[in-house]
Design a protein around this ligand. Sequence first.
Ligand SMILES: *Cc1c(COP(=O)(O)O)cnc(C)c1O
Length: 363
Amino acid sequence: MDIKNLARKEILNVKPYEPGKPIEEVQREFGLGSVIKLASNENPLGASPKALNAIKKSLTKINRYPDGNGFYLKKKLTEAMGVEINNIVLGNGSDELIAIALKTFVNKGEKVIIADPTFLMYKIASGLEGANMEIVPMKNFKYDLKAMKAKIDANTKMVFIANPDNPTGSYVTKNELDEFLSGLPENVLVFYDAAYCEFGAEFNDYPDVKDYILRKNIIVTKTFSKAYGLSGLRVGYAICESNIAALMERVRDPFNVNSLALIGAEAALSDDAFLKKTLKITKEGKKFIYDNLKKLNLNFIQSATNFILIDVKADSKEIFKKLLKRGVIVRDMSSWNMNSFIRVTVGTKSENKQFIDALKKVL
Ligand SMILES: *Cc1c(COP(=O)(O)O)cnc(C)c1O
């Protein structure tokens, strides 16, 4: 018998997530010494030094289970976000919170509304739950919230909004968001993914996350993986009304966030200098890359994040491979069916220059 017959039907339709290629793999494959990775929107400055220090100090305690309630990290978050401990759910990355929210609220066959292109985990996690996915195309690389709202019906349970979005880097303005939220039916929960909100804040009309966190129909998520430089630790959090949080807590694994992640994230939250530096080099890096793309006559989407979506006007798979051979890992957008696009994470000054130099050669 084919073992696939034993699997739940839902998982057979799920296309696995393709992560950015790891540096070591590219070094092995192409025999390269130095390789730069601009593929997963990680922080090019490394991790917050405060986080590293705190982690080092607590290494000897990893024989113990983590605090399953994440008390100290949550406490710190309550101060930062102006909420109570029972408004916070911690996740093994905010990826896990997507799965937890779906498992908590979405029954098989219920509708979830997802934009295209957006973060692929919404589709993957919804597929695993057997949700009925309504995919709504973007308009000019931006969320079309009016069209998404029009798709809401009595069977709809959740709407996913990444703001700013990945992979486009575009954002929904405060007015657009307010209009979308006004008069939403009570059966609908909004999963509002603010993974890049620190970068979005550079734009005046980008909504302040704090204005949306405790409404009765919203789950806001944030992460330590991007601006805070802790992708490898896996820690993110949801902020929501306590009744929502309590339900999600039932679904969460008891020790889903490991002890080093708890310690590191707590320390990173108070490292304002690191965050500031990150935002500064990102802004400067974007300008450098934009200027050079203009010179190359390439179109790109103005980004409210730490990455840029670029139309290379050629087969993105080919460009991706040629960049790899030159030791530059970017994201080939063909997984999103955008066959002439690449997505590049803004790196350090020298990484950005290396990327542009390599791009010039391969085009
Ligand atoms: C990177 C990313 C996340 C998740 O990151 P975690 O590392 O799981 O916290 C969530 N949403 C979007 C849109 C992202 O780009």
